[in-house]
Design a protein around this ligand. Structure first.
Ligand SMILES: Nc1ncnc2c1ncn2[C@@H]1O[C@H](COP(=O)(O)OP(=O)(O)O)[C@@H](O)[C@H]1O
Ligand code: SF4
Ligand SMILES: [Mg+2]
Length: 378
């Protein structure tokens, strides 16, 4: 293999991964399945949407700015949300909306050129501004991240067993034999058949889905309380994608982790989540418990994302509704609503004033002057 071994250890790569490739433009790209409907947000036994308990993660007014060619690129513009232990939050939006950058800010994985402001509290402790070594420890014990492309995340020249045991030994002071036993346990946990045989294989001997399972095993090596899956199934075929999503949910329940599903695919992310955040141009534009969101979509942008998902009740070969144009670039955000240049419902006020994200109905936040009403044409 001609690929150079990455400088980082597998343990660090599990949380860092490669630079995530951006997914296809959601408004014009193919969707794959019916969106979640009320009552079908989560497979398995009904779970309360908001159980009592404290927040695991609290993000307040998160802002990320890059300095580029003497100008500022605003990638994240004041995001606030929280996530409780054991819950699943989906963050959706087109490519470039700030999903990955906002997660990397939580992980302390942004390049030095990024300025980060606001507050990110994990179990009550502020993370922003911590020294690098403390952030590394946080990544090693509290939070792990799985990225889109397992082929690029794994070292092609190392047997997968070694990559997992290295990850384990990065986080735990245990001998090689115990690490091997634990690695095989992790391979079983992520439902890899014949784990002892797979242990000695190389990444190219595994399918894409199996490689992503290995990446998940590496991410789990540190017993994270929060697992962030950033487009983790985007490069996989539909069947494998569903299997990996089911696996993530089972693991989440078995290990009582919180899960953040980052995706350009509203149907996919929302089908598996308790709550959905929709991002546009670095801001949250709509946020609600999943069932509420699908029952009462308010933002025209969310509606467009929803309409872009192919549905069985549309005529075969019908063109998906799309909205032309692209999101604004972070160097020149419009004065008013960022979506105004593309919004089918825009009126004069939209180009002038920027709507704030507000809780207009219990648990349901949106940022729009002229929200959709129930029953607006689909
Ligand atoms: N290292 C960087 N330097 C400058 N701009 C960046 C950098 N990384 C991301 N951005 C910009 O930040 C914005 C958000 O990017 P990202 O979070 O990757 O989007 P998403 O994950 O939603 O596709 C994009 O406009 C992107 O170009
Ligand atoms: S504020 Fe106006 S432009 Fe923005 S989403 Fe709402 S209707 Fe569309
Ligand atoms: Mg991304």
């Amino acid at each position: 293999m001609s690929k150079k071994r990455p400088a980082t250890s597998p343990g660090e790569r599990a949380v860092m991964g490669p630079d995530p490739a951006t997914g296809p433009d959601m408004l014009s790209g193919p969707g794959r399945r019916e969106p979640a409907r009320p009552g079908s947000a989560r497979p398995g036994p009904d779970r309360p949407l908001y159980s009592a308990g404290s927040d695991l993660l609290e993000v307040q007014n998160l802002q990320v700015r890059f300095r580029q060619g003497g100008r500022d690129v605003w990638a994240v513009n004041g995001m606030s949300y929280s996530l409780r232990a054991g819950k699943t939050l989906a963050i959706v939006g087109e490519s470039g909306s700030g999903k990955t950058v906002s997660c990397r800010a939580i992980m302390g994985l942004l390049p030095k050129a990024a300025s980060v402001a606001g507050s990110v509290r994990f179990e009550g402790a502020e993370l922003l501004g911590l020294p690098d070594a403390t952030m590394r420890a946080h990544r090693g014990t509290d939070v792990a991240m799985v990225f889109q492309d397992p082929a690029r995340s794994l070292n092609p020249t190392m047997r997968i067993g070694i990559q997992i045991t290295e990850a384990i030994r990065t986080h735990q002071a245990i001998d090689k034999n115990s690490a091997r036993d634990r690695a095989i346990e992790l391979l079983k946990l992520v439902r890899i058949p014949l784990p002892a045989r797979r242990f000695v294989e190389y990444p190219h001997q595994l399918s894409g889905g199996m490689r992503q399972r290995v990446m998940i095993a590496i991410a789990l090596a540190c017993h994270p309380k929060l697992l962030i899956a950033d487009e983790a199934t985007t490069s996989l075929d539909v069947t494998t994608q569903a299997q990996i999503m089911e696996l993530l949910l089972e693991l989440q329940q078995d290990l009582d982790m919180a899960l953040m599903l980052i995706s350009h695919d509203l149907g996919l992310a929302a089908s598996y989540s308790d709550e959905v955040i929709v991002m546009y141009a670095g801001r949250i534009v709509e946020q609600a418990p999943t069932q509420e969101l699908f029952a009462h979509v308010r933002m025209p942008y969310t509606k467009v994302l929803l309409q872009a998902i192919p549905r069985l009740d549309r005529p075969a070969h019908a063109l998906l509704p799309v909205v032309s144009g692209r999101p604004p670039d972070g160097m020149s955000l419009p004065v008013g609503c960022s979506f105004a240049p593309r919004c089918p419902s825009a009126q004069e006020r939209c180009a002038r004033d920027s709507p704030d994200l507000e809780e207009h109905e219990p648990g349901h936040h949106w940022a729009c002057w002229y929200p959709c009403e129930d029953g607006d044409s689909e």
